[in-house]
Each structure stands twice: as C-alpha cells, then as structure tokens.
Write a protein that binds this ligand. Structure first.
Ligand code: ADP
Ligand code: MG
Length: 394
C-alpha cells in the first residue's frame, strides 16, 4: 500500500494540523499509561526538525459531543511537554476565533494542543463544515492517529479534502506496513493465535485471514465458542452463544482448506472466577459440569508452543485465559514467552489485553510489531484498508 508520506513534503515554515491518538487511560486525573503519547513523538520531532509549527488534535474518551472536564486533554499537554522537553501550549477548544488567532500566531518550532475534538458532536458525525473549520487552522495535514482510522470522523477523514498537502505520520506508516505484511505474502507457516472474549467482533478478521494462514490455535472465550460449536461439554465456561453459528461456519471453512486447527487439549478449570477459587487442570479438552474454564492447561501449552516453534509468521490476538488473575495467567504468559523466544519469526500482537499480557511477560522487545490501535488493527486485517488510510493513499 503506497501512502503519501512526510518524506515527500516540505514543512519549512508550514503550520501542520497533526491528528494523533492521545486517547490515554486516565484514572483520578492521572495518566496511567502514556504509551500512545510516546508513540506519536517520532512524527512530532520530525516535523519540528523540518521547521514546521504544530497544531495537534486528538480525542480522549467518549464525551459524546459535550464538554466533559474529566476528558480534557490539558493533562496530556503537560505530559507531552515533559516527554519532548518543549513548551506545549494548550487551548481549551479546537475551533472558534480564539483558536484561529493562536494558530495564526504560531512560529516555527511552536506547538499547540487543541482541546478534545470529540467535545463537538460534529467530529463523530463527520460534519463537513466542522472539518473545514479545523482545516482552516493550518497549511498542511498529517495523520498519525492509526487507532481512529476505522472511523469516518471529521478530523481523520473529511478534513483531508480541504488540504492539498496531506501525509501519513510514522505510526500509520509502521502499522500499515506490518499489517499489510500479514495480508500480502506472509512467510509460511503462518500461525494465527486467537483468544480473548470478543468473539463476534473478531469473526470478520478471522474469515479474511483463513486464506492466508496454515494453523489456527485458540484459547479463552474464543476456544469455548469453538468447543461449543463442536457440541462438546464446556460446563459453566463463558461462551458467546450468538457467535456459535459463526464458529461452526469457520470450522467448515477450516476443514475445506485442510488447515491445522486446535482447541486446547486440556484446561485449567475453577469453581469461581477469583484468586481464592479451587482450580486444577483437566485431563481432556472438555470442561465438566459446574466448572469454569479459566485458562489453557499444561498439555495445551506444550502443543501450542510447538506450533509457535514451527511458525515463520505469527499474529496473536486475545489472551488464553483470565490473565488478570495470577492463578489463571500461566497459559497467556507462556504463549507470550514462547513467541518472544522465537528467532527469525515475524510476530504481530494486536488487542489491548494481548498487548498488556506481552508487557506483563516482559517480552515486548522481542515482538516484531505491537499494534497500538485495537479495533483499527482488526478492521484493517478484515478489510485490508481503513477509511482514514484510503484518503492518505498516493
Ligand atoms: P484483546 O483486548 O487482546 O483483543 P479481548 O478484549 O477480546 O482481548 O479479551 C480479553 C479478555 O478476555 C480478558 O479480560 C480476559 O480475562 C478474558 N478472558 C480470557 N479467557 C477467558 C475465559 N476463559 N473466561 C472468561 N474470560 C476470559
Ligand atoms: Mg480487550
């Protein structure tokens, strides 16, 4: 996929409207994880070095078109200032005469962060007038908000037609090139590891990947949905009943293609979902009556590790168990470590919880690519592109 990139452009003395994804988790007025802010820094620094001034725009949370003080980006401006060691002006709106005045007065090297763009309902509606007003603040446009590219929102989609000069930032370049590599000529064998809880949301992606992969291994609620689809006993394990017909369809497609497919050979089962539960490993791949499957068992870990060792390309989405509880985290952490230890493999991890698990296992450094945009990455793998990416194409 050929995108317009910053390399092709001249940013000297230009005011750049830079859309980023600063949608960080905030608890009690504190940023608890600044990964997303850090992810935008290479683009910010490049543009400043080229002599641009920056008008940065982002959303935070879901204010639904209203001003919600807890979702203000002011704390993000402060954190960004610390991270890049430069002044970051903050302005408490993203449109209007005050904003316009501030933008016009910017000198090369200066940065202003606009208030949460979703405080205006026009953003999510993709309103054209609103997009035009945002665009009027700057000379050119750079989008680095990969996590928002699956939405046709004003600041990622509609805005582009009001600029002659638009480009993808480094993060978007990196995400699209890693995900495209999975879709276009992945090195074989290609192993897909599916776990987690949101089964129906992921089926589209799985269907599209069936033509590329050689092996599918499953854990989590995903596995129980497949086991249920095989009419095996799953006890009181969590399952997405609505997705069972879809899982049946996937199994048919897998059989048609003669792909290698595994549900766990054994399970960790518990009498409740709590750290003080009674729990043990089953002997077989079913879950007895009244018990809950909370993790993959030791035989499954061994079998899945073997699949990982044989793979040349790996995409992993979704934990193998309820990894938030230490007693049920082993399967997920062992899979993370096995991927981390694999040399010469192209490995991609997507999904908020899967990324958290990889960090918990301490192997993030050994992964080829860690996706920053959960929903956006999955939709890219389903459709091969995203609306916000299409408009950045050459
Ligand atoms: P990701 O964020 O990586 O896409 P999901 O959000 O789909 O992953 O799934 C993560 C959630 O799935 C975690 O909160 C985890 O506790 C839950 N989960 C995994 N296995 C099970 C299970 N066997 N039963 C219930 N919940 C599970
Ligand atoms: Mg999740």
């Amino acid at each position: 996929m050929e995108l317009q990139t910053m390399k092709d452009k001249d940013y000297k003395d230009k005011r750049v409207f830079l859309r980023v994804d600063f949608n960080v988790p905030v608890e009690n007025g504190e940023i608890i994880d600044d990964t997303r802010i850090k992810a935008a820094i290479p683009t910010i620094e490049y543009l400043l070095k080229q002599g641009a001034s920056l008008i940065i725009s982002s959303h935070l949370g879901r204010p639904k078109g209203k001003v919600v003080p807890e979702m203000s980006l002011k704390i993000v401006a402060e954190r960004l200032e610390e991270l890049i060691g430069k002044d970051v002006k903050f302005i408490s709106d993203c449109v209007g005469p005050e904003v316009k005045k501030t933008a016009q007065a910017l000198k090369p090297g200066e940065i202003v962060l606009l208030e949460n763009v979703r405080f205006h309902k026009e953003e999510e509606e993709g309103d054209e007038e609103f997009a035009k007003e945002l665009a009027a603040l700057a000379d050119c446009y750079v989008n680095d908000a990969f996590g928002t590219c699956h939405r046709k929102h004003a600041s990622v989609y509609g805005i582009t037609k009001f600029f002659k000069d638009i480009a993808a930032g480094y993060l978007i370049e990196k995400e699209t090139s890693a995900l495209s590599k999975l879709l276009e000529n992945p090195e074989k064998p290609f192993l897909l590891i599916l776990g987690g809880a949101k089964v129906a949301d992921k089926i589209g992606m799985v269907k599209n990947l069936l033509d590329k992969i050689d092996t599918l291994i499953t854990g989590g609620v995903m596995a129980y949905t497949f086991i249920k689809a095989k009419n095996w006993e799953i006890g009181d394990s969590k399952v997405e009943m609505d997705a069972v017909p879809l899982a049946k369809e996937i199994i048919r497609e897998i059989n048609k293609r003669h792909l290698e497919f595994h549900t766990p050979l054994d399970h960790i089962i518990a009498d409740k979902i709590a750290p003080d539960a009674h729990y043990f490993a089953t002997e077989r791949g079913t879950v007895p009556h009244n018990w809950i499957g909370v993790d993959i068992g030791p035989q499954a870990i061994e079998e899945y590790t073997d699949c990982i060792k044989r793979a040349k390309t790996i995409f992993w989405n979704g934990p193998m168990g309820i990894y938030e509880i230490e007693e049920f985290a082993k399967g997920t952490l062992e899979i993370a470590r096995a991927i981390g230890q694999q040399k010469g493999v192209f490995s991609v991890i997507g999904g908020g919880d899967s990324v958290a698990a990889v960090n918990k296992a301490g192997v993030a450094e050994s992964i080829s690519h860690i996706c920053t945009g959960g929903g956006a990455s999955l939709e890219f793998l389903e459709k091969g592109t995203l609306p916000g990416i299409e408009v950045l194409k050459k």
